[in-house]
Ligand binder design. Structure first.
Ligand code: FE
Ligand code: FE
Ligand code: ZN
Length: 280
């Protein structure tokens, strides 16, 4: 069965996210671990987590994806900013182990802010080497980026270079964002097989644990990172649906991060994608 869901607000707790997921025909979801701009995380509520476990079972939710605040920058030139990234990642990963062991945690690798890609890669790997622990059950994912500004991770080579420097590399994987790879220049519309072969050669497809399924407001190689609704952008419904149908990807969880005013927008996208999926 296709594992699909969308990004949800965590402000009403885990049980509520399971209910919302069921209400839109989803069976997985993504959420921010705290305010996306950083800040303090709420204390874990164990009653909520208990209610969540039952609701998740009913909804067939077995995999979920937490997303780090997008302002974290372990590749910063400022030591306070790197320190903040380190503290937040450490805290988030400890909470994942407590609340939902064995799940996925996604982060944007970082921006080198003019220090150069090599330096950025080294700083990101240094941070990962401090936060990963051998007994951890959570898999930390690096998200493929569009290459806007000085973002690290817009090429498969950069992602691979970070992972190569990580000691506990078994705990690390990749989340592929379709809008980002398209904006970075990868032709997932006319050559999905070629892009997946390249991913496999450079990173290894066994590292791929999740897909962010987004259309893009911009043409390929624009380095913009503006998500569009499924079928309303330059990637298009057919190409996005081909990912959910691809034999090398069909087992992965897919997350919509499309701009919607209401949950019903995600429900429509999920139902259209399921209808076009052999494995609906
Ligand atoms: Fe992201
Ligand atoms: Fe994304
Ligand atoms: Zn994005």
């Amino acid at each position: 069965m296709l594992t699909i869901g969308c990004h949800l607000s965590c402000s009403k707790g885990y049980a509520n996210m399971a209910r919302e997921t069921a209400s839109i025909g989803g069976n997985t979801f993504q959420f921010f671990t705290r305010n996306p701009r950083g800040g303090k995380a709420k204390a874990l509520d164990f009653d909520d987590l208990q209610a969540y476990a039952a609701l998740a079972q009913d909804a067939g939710i077995t995999r979920i994806l937490a997303h780090a605040p997008y302002t974290l920058n372990p590749a910063s030139n400022k030591s306070e900013t790197r320190e903040f990234a380190l503290m937040t990642l450490t805290d988030d990963l400890a909470r994942m182990e407590q609340a939902t062991p064995g799940q996925l945690y996604n982060m944007h690798p970082g921006s080198h802010v003019g220090q150069g890609t090599e330096t950025g890669i080294a700083l990101i790997a240094d941070t990962l080497n401090e936060v990963l622990t051998p007994d951890m059950t959570t898999t930390l994912l690096l998200e493929t980026m569009s290459g806007k500004g000085s973002e690290v991770g817009a090429t498969f080579e950069e992602i691979a270079a970070i992972i190569e420097r990580v000691n506990l590399d078994k705990q690390v994987g990749v989340c592929l964002d379709t809008c980002h790879v398209w904006d970075a220049g990868y032709d997932i519309v006319d050559d999905l097989d070629g892009v997946l072969d390249e991913f496999d050669r450079i990173i290894g497809l066994e590292r791929l644990h999740a897909i962010h399924l987004n259309d893009s407001m911009n043409p390929r190689s624009s380095h913009k990172d503006r998500h569009a609704r499924i079928g309303e952008g330059h990637i298009g419904f057919e190409a996005l649906s081909a990912l959910t149908n691809h034999p090398k990807l069909a087992h992965l969880p897919f997350y919509l991060e499309t701009p919607q005013d209401e949950l019903s927008g995600y429900a429509r996208e999920i139902s259209a994608l399921r209808a076009a999926c052999r494995n609906s």
